[in-house]
Design a protein around this ligand. Structure first.
Ligand SMILES: Cc1cc2nc3c(=O)[nH]c(=O)nc-3n(C[C@H](O)[C@H](O)[C@H](O)COP(=O)(O)O)c2cc1C
Length: 552
């Protein structure tokens, strides 16, 4: 354990970008070995999935309804599992420039490389064989890897498993890639939670499961099915609860216990015992790997999760989420989410819209995506405010949990002012610590990317690193998942406010820490994000996501 935690800490240190030197990477892209973005299992039985029809009542769900807890649960059938997969992992568009064509998906990904693979484990779902299925977003099909014989899952739900193919990110980013795979898993977790919310379903992370159990369930440990193909690492397992709950509003605590009861009925042993014949052979994604990044395997091994107690943390009671004026449908908003590649440098955001975005980063019972996890917030936001109406430009902090303020003040520069922001809703712990134009600093710290300066605000996500790692080396990955979830909240909230966001994985770690006066390792910046008025690249053609499936 000591060795594993040391490996994780060493990985984190060596994959920091510095002003004078970037983390080790391939220095240029080798297009001939670009990984295939789509994993398939040849020889597996395929179940084509329906796309959501134009007439589907699900299209009537408003984005703001997702936070009200009043969406009637849809039946557990193939159409609705298909809808969940389409909204969480499906294609959202194809982009074309010259002869180059690439797919975008509902979930974002560092470098659009999409290391995350999704699986469904279901029983008793009309239209789908009982079994373990792998999702292919390009074709919107499920590939059956294994049948399940005999009851192994409780009624009223199914499992979604996520794995990562580290090579996809390592091909471009080298050693830092493991971090990006974890960010992407967090985005995917939140994307699943939002998609489930559209269907009136709930989601819980099965955080007691060991990685080895997830690997066995999803068939990731079956060396014979991979051969030369790039392996997948187990990330996480989600229980999607589809059962109707009679009164969602009045039964908050009993709802919680109902979900927990169901979770404890999901046993790795019974699923293992029910597994029948496996089928399918994984495709090779790159003809060769010119570079090897052994430290990725090392940190993956060191941060492997054993079986643990399930998390039981409950969020504090907060007022209902601040209102949003977004009139958009949930489905429309999820599908229109994109990363801004350039910002206009002029658009400002009202302080009300800003507070709403920050508010939705706070966990509340039964509010997506935070009700999917059961650990206290371990990440706080260092905000570079450029253009928020009514707020002076400067550095601000949003503290996301109670009782951390004294420690934060001690860890951060003693020149900071910690002024509570006048007019900000009382439950938001938002402080201005410096009034200044921080555009140049934000740009420089985010690897000189203009997107951090030309937006309305950008931010660094500061994790309680030392404290989180006390739980075990696997908590390193969970910190990045939390960061990815924060990113997904901001992506959707930005769209809802009529602006756009972009995740920023490239930043100078210790440069950020120096600017904020952080000396030790108690706080570490794990992810950046930026939100503002986007410019679109008119040279790119946008094509519909699934025209190629017409007539299937
Ligand atoms: C973890 C993560 C890190 C990212 N880092 C950057 C970055 O440093 N700079 C940037 O311009 N975009 C960054 N992006 C945005 C991705 O390039 C974008 O998600 C991807 O191209 C897919 O496009 P889409 O988000 O529009 O679907 C990042 C996205 C994620 C999820």
């Amino acid at each position: 354990m000591t060795h594993a935690i040391d490996s994780v800490r060493a990985y984190h240190e060596r994959t920091k970008h510095h002003f004078q030197r970037y983390a080790a990477g391939p220095h240029g892209l080798d297009w001939a070995t670009q990984p295939d973005p789509f994993r398939t299992y040849a020889g597996s039985r395929q179940t084509p999935l329906p796309l959501l029809p134009e007439s589907s009542p699900i299209r009537q769900v408003k984005y703001t309804d997702l936070y009200g807890g009043s969406i009637a649960p849809q039946a557990l059938d193939l159409t609705h599992i298909a809808a969940l997969l389409e909204l969480a992992f499906g294609l959202s568009a194809w982009k074309q420039y010259g002869d180059n064509r690439w797919a975008l998906r509902c979930n974002p990904s560092s470098g659009n490389l999409h290391p995350t693979e999704a699986y469904v484990v279901a029983q008793g779902c009309a239209g789908l064989n009982d079994g373990v299925h792998h999702y292919v977003s390009r074709d919107h099909v499920l590939e059956q890897r294994c049948a399940l014989n005999g009851a192994a899952l409780p009624a009223g739900g199914f499992l979604v498993g996520l794995s990562a193919i580290h090579w996809r990110e390592a091909w471009k980013y080298g050693e830092r890639a493991f971090r990006y795979c974890q960010h992407d898993a967090g985005h995917a977790l939140a994307a699943t939670r939002y998609a489930a919310a559209v269907l009136g379903w709930r989601v819980r992370l099965l955080d007691d499961w060991a990685d080895a159990e997830i690997a066995a369930l999803l068939g990731l440990d079956r060396a014979e099915d991979f051969g030369e193909a790039e392996r997948e690492h187990p990330d996480l397992l989600l229980w999607v609860e589809t059962r109707a709950v009679s009164d969602q509003r009045s039964a908050v605590s009993s709802q919680r216990s109902a979900v927990s009861d169901q979770r404890s009925a999901i046993s790795a042993q019974s699923l293992h015992a029910a597994a029948g014949q496996w089928s399918g052979r994984a495709n090779v994604l790159s003809p060769e790997h010119k570079h090897d990044w052994p430290v990725i395997e090392e940190v993956a091994e060191a941060s492997r999760k054993p079986r643990t107690e399930a998390g039981a943390w409950q969020p504090p009671a907060l007022p209902a989420p601040l209102p949003s004026t977004c009139p958009a449908g949930a489905l429309e908003l999820i599908k229109q989410r994109r990363s801004a590649q350039e910002f206009d440098g002029v658009t400002s955001i009202s302080n009300g819209a800003f507070y709403r975005m920050l508010d939705l980063t706070l966990p509340r019972a039964n509010v997506p995506p935070w009700d999917a996890i059961a650990w206290p917030p371990r990440i706080h936001l260092a905000l570079f405010v450029h253009r928020i109406e009514g707020l002076m430009p400067g550095v601000y902090f949003l503290l996301r949990n109670d009782g951390v303020e004294t420690r934060m003040r001690a860890e951060l520069s003693n020149e900071f002012q910690w002024e509570k922001v006048a007019g900000c809703p009382a439950h938001l712990k938002l402080y201005r610590v410096v009034a200044a134009d921080t555009r140049n600093a934000a740009r420089a710290l985010s690897c000189h990317q203009d997107i951090a300066a030309d937006s309305a605000f950008s931010l660094g996500m500061l994790a309680e690193y030392d404290r989180a790692l006390e739980a075990g080396p696997w908590a390193y990955r969970q910190l990045f998942w939390e960061a990815g979830m924060l990113g997904q909240v901001l992506y959707l909230e930005a769209e809802a406010a009529g602006v756009r966001g972009t995740g920023i994985g490239c930043f100078f770690d210790d440069g950020v820490h120096d600017l904020l006066g952080i000396e030790g390792r108690w706080l570490q910046s794990l992810y950046h994000f930026t939100v503002g008025g986007a410019l679109s690249d008119e040279r790119l053609q946008t094509l519909p996501p699934y025209a190629h499936l017409q007539g299937r």
